[in-house]
Design a protein around this ligand. Structure first.
Ligand SMILES: [Fe+2]
Length: 414
């Protein structure tokens, strides 16, 4: 399942993707787009014409299209047995565009066609304009240059610059990318997949971008994204794992040359990208060893425009940590309010979002009866379901031990 479902507030639906791309014996492979109207059954369509991908992370929706992008996630069999990675992750984004009208027309047995395009630089998350005038999409990609989600600090890891052992307290932490984050704005003709225009935003002082937040509480902001608030960890030249360096030292699409990476510490920041100018409009810089994560936009009461609100962050530092609140239109002024407690020490958080309280009556009858829910879970343990789960587990074990044999079984079953 893709990590992020795409909310479609205008159609009162949630879109998501589920897929099996790795050929595992006993499991049908493919990619399905699903829509749930917040009650009733989930509708699913098998998508056709997609080039194989590592994983799908994000799904976004416009007036007439659903847009899906991939995320590199390299799995190499030898790593299951403690072996080192050998292959760098892809450095491009595959994007698929699905026409909503094609889904309405499709019969259950049909594969729904996608329009596929490839864009330089891999990506994590995406943002999109809901409006698609003249069939033109505006998509914002959070590029992750020379980054690899499957390389983490392992016990005994050394730093690439001095060959010194990295503090074992960092064990398990995912390595940061070896390039500053690039945010790309792309205008695309949805019917042909033609890239009409592109613009990139990055800065040599802004490193270690993890997540951004946008204002999704206003119609005009959903129709046309205007700002992104981006939290960044910064850059420490002594925190490059040797494994990362071995895989990415020849990274071909560097905006900062790999032989000229910063040799000094660059602080963590909270920044705002103006999506009109595609530049960092402003940022707030944190002291050494401190960074904000994740950023969450919260609108002001009776807000009048896209930046009319606050950005809430959790500041990670030596305990106790802090919650800080910024004026979304004036980050460089510093936090308006700070809060902490002696025992406030949350782990590194992941995603966050603000949702306005519901106005008016609830417009869905969806409710989960706890007894039916428990019974449904128990029924999941039927002999046939257990049989297929065991078959899949056996297939994955074979994949780890003897990948060639597993692939040939999967091909035969296909
Ligand atoms: Fe995510």
């Amino acid at each position: 399942m893709a990590a992020h479902p795409g909310p479609d507030e205008r159609e009162h639906a949630l879109w998501f993707v589920n897929y099996v791309m790795m050929p595992i014996p006993g499991i049908p492979s493919g990619c399905w787009l699903a829509r749930w109207d917040l009650e009733g059954a989930v509708k699913r369509w098998k998508l056709g014409g997609m080039t194989p991908f590592d994983s799908i992370h994000d799904v976004k929706v416009t007036q007439d299209y659903v847009v899906i992008t991939d995320l590199p996630f390299v799995v190499e069999p030898q790593t299951f047995m403690g072996g080192k990675r050998r292959r760098a992750a892809q450095d491009f984004t595959r994007m698929w565009i699905v026409r909503k009208a094609d889904l309405e027309r499709a019969r259950p047995e049909d594969e729904v066609p996608v329009k596929e395009l490839t864009i330089p630089y891999a990506s994590g998350h995406i943002a999109i304009d809901y409006r698609n005038p003249n069939g033109e999409l505006t998509v914002y990609l959070q590029h992750i240059g020379a980054a690899d989600l499957t390389v983490s600090f392992e016990r005994g890891e050394t730093d690439a610059r001095h060959g010194r052992m990295i503090d074992p307290n960092f064990e398990g932490m995912i390595s940061l990318g070896l390039q500053p984050p690039i945010t790309g704005r792309y205008r695309i003709k949805a019917e042909t997949g033609e890239l009409l225009e592109k613009q990139h935003c990055w800065d040599k002082e802004f490193w270690g971008g993890i997540l951004w937040s946008q204002n999704i509480t206003r119609d005009d902001s959903v129709d046309h994204a205007q700002n992104l608030w981006y939290g960044a960890l910064g850059w420490d030249p002594d925190m490059i794992p040797s494994t990362m360096w071995r895989l990415y030292k020849d990274y071909p699409n560097a905006v900062v040359p790999m032989d000229a990476l910063p040799t000094h510490y660059i602080p963590g920041k909270l920044g705002r990208i103006d999506l009109e100018t595609m530049k960092y409009a402003e940022w707030w810089e944190y002291p050494t060893g401190t960074f904000p994560h994740p950023p969450t936009f919260v609108p002001r009461k009776n807000a009048k425009h896209d930046t009319d609100g606050y950005v809430v962050v959790v500041v990670h530092q030596g305990a106790p940590k802090e919650v800080q609140i910024f004026d979304a239109a004036n980050l460089s002024r510093g936090p308006l309010a700070r809060a902490t407690a002696p025992t406030f020490n949350p782990p590194l958080l992941l995603h966050s979002c603000y949702y306005a309280p519901r106005r008016g009556p609830r417009n869905s009858r969806y409710a989960v009866d706890p007894y039916r829910d428990a019974w449904g879970a128990l029924r999941g343990f039927s002999p046939s379901r257990m049989g297929s789960l065991l078959k899949a587990a056996k297939g994955m074990a074979t994949m780890a031990r003897r990948p060639e044999k597993a692939l040939s079984i999967a091909r035969t079953e296909a």
